[in-house]
Design a binder for this molecule. Structure first.
Ligand SMILES: [Zn+2]
Length: 206
């Protein structure tokens, strides 16, 4: 492995090697983060490759070669999502404004479905817009706040169905389709927003 121009940022929690170059042509640049963990993993949250590895881990190149197909496929999907997201408007709402929108949709659909969540939580989540727990709580990713109202509505509707139907089965999609005929389009736009927001959040950190 050849590492050129490497910039190591050391903190108490982790070591970061930025812009590590490796002689693999399917992925020219990546970042390595060393942490107090047991097993290495590969992340592509922003479209940039990040290897998170335990301190002293030496088989990064082998790991990347092993996961090459998965990485290439994933990068392609992310790149095409990023291509389409230039014009997507990011909304800046206060926490109050955001919660008001969420709660208004929840109460609207609670009335319609005759079921309401136990509690609503707002959290930072790494891989989901929202989720519904077995105990009937709805958890909303804080970054939902950046989305247009129509997409927020779609996300809430999805989670409200989960209060009745846990799985993404035919019954689930029947209900979803009745309200959002073109739900695949919503999913696609959501994915484009996802990567746009992940990149904005990542840039804020740097
Ligand atoms: Zn779901």
């Amino acid at each position: 492995m050849t590492v050129k121009n490497r910039k190591i940022v050391k903190s108490s929690k982790q070591w970061v090697i930025k812009n590590a170059d490796i002689d693999l042509d399917f992925i020219p640049r990546y970042k390595v983060i060393y942490r107090e963990i047991k097993y290495p993993r590969i992340e592509l949250k922003t479209g940039n490759l990040v290897v998170v590895a335990p301190y002293g881990y030496k088989k990064i190149k082998e790991l990347l070669i092993k996961k090459q197909d998965w990485i290439s496929k994933k990068i392609k999907i992310i790149q095409s999502a990023l291509k389409n997201n230039g014009r997507k408007k990011i909304y800046n709402r206060t926490e109050n404004e955001f919660k008001k929108i969420i709660l208004s949709f929840i109460s609207k659909y609670s009335n319609r479905f005759g079921i309401s969540p136990q509690k609503v939580f707002y959290r930072k989540m790494n891989s989901k817009w929202a989720s519904c727990s077995n105990s009937g709580n709805i958890i909303i990713n804080k970054i939902v706040s950046f989305l247009p109202v129509q997409l927020i509505k779609y996300i809430i509707f999805h989670e409200m169905i989960h209060l009745k139907i846990k799985k993404h089965n035919a019954e689930f999609f029947n209900i979803l389709k009745k309200e959002f005929n073109y739900y695949e389009k919503y999913e696609k736009i959501l994915m484009e927003y996802w990567f746009k927001i992940q990149n904005i959040e990542e840039n804020k950190k740097n």
